[in-house]
Design a protein. Structure first.
Length: 258
């Protein structure tokens, strides 16, 4: 579930942990690894000569697929969820602490221009060719905090009740997304004014890239919430890592989600 804090009321909507494309990519890499590894082992054991060469190529392909499996597994949100397992009571305390801190908005700006350089390449026959290369040259980088004079949290009271779930739910995945809005009584105008001044004094070149980073102190994005009195000894980052190295992370994800 998603919960927005600092500036917008709580919204509970179905949360899709991983996109369909990412899930397909994970399964494809796992299937590729086991297929290549199995065929490579079979070729190596049963054949010689050309069969061994084919087995070596498939072994290399299996190794590449295995590395991709490892990267995919540890980049999955599931790994982040399992790294922050809390009880409901601790979660409520954690969320309540967020209300004590003001939001932080950091403005960043990069000024740059492009230079066109004439380069010459000489091949093994001594033939010289000319080419033009476009190069980005950065002339200034700046960052600054928005000065927030006052703030107020308008999130709804945090409510987490699974008393009617029976024994069907042991853990709940919670993803917290912060959102900051400005009141129309001058806060928005002040924000736009500070942003305009920042852009004006840091526009040093022909092109500028402006970005903002919004933060809330001590905010943790992923929670694996344990329902009181329930749990499983097979839930944890250690088990996830074990299944990952055994190329079974996708099976473990299905076990958790089930």
């Amino acid at each position: 579930y998603q919960r927005r804090v600092h500036g917008i009321q709580q919204m509970e909507i179905p949360y899709e942990e991983e996109g369909m494309i990412f899930q397909m990519w994970c399964w494809i890499s796992v299937i590729t690894f086991w297929t290549c590894a199995g065929i490579a082992l079979y070729k190596t054991i049963t054949n010689s000569g050309k069969g061994e060469a084919t087995g070596a190529i498939l072994g290399i392909a299996a190794g590449v697929a295995y590395v991709i499996v490892i990267i995919n597994s540890f980049c999955s949100p599931t790994f982040s969820f399992l790294g922050n397992m809390v009880a409901i009571e601790d979660l409520k305390t954690n969320i309540a602490q967020l209300y004590k801190y003001p939001p932080v908005i950091i403005m960043k700006m990069e000024s740059y221009h492009y230079e066109y350089r004439k380069l010459y390449d000489r091949d093994s026959n001594g033939t010289v060719t000319e080419r033009i290369e476009k190069v980005k040259t950065v002339t200034n980088r700046a960052s600054e905090h928005i000065n927030i004079m006052s703030y107020k949290d308008v999130s709804s009271p945090f409510y987490f009740d699974f008393s009617d779930a029976g024994n069907k739910i042991n853990f709940v995945k919670l993803k917290v997304n912060p959102s900051i809005i400005f009141s129309p009584d001058g806060s928005l105008q002040n924000y736009e004014y500070q942003k305009a001044i920042f852009k004006q004094k840091n526009s040093w070149d022909a092109h500028q890239d402006y970005t903002e980073i919004s933060q809330i102190q001590n905010l943790q994005e992923y929670f694996m919430v344990k329902i009181a009195g329930k749990g499983s000894g097979l839930i944890g980052q250690g088990w996830y890592a074990l299944f990952t190295f055994l190329s079974g992370a996708e099976i473990y994800k299905n076990y958790i989600n089930g």
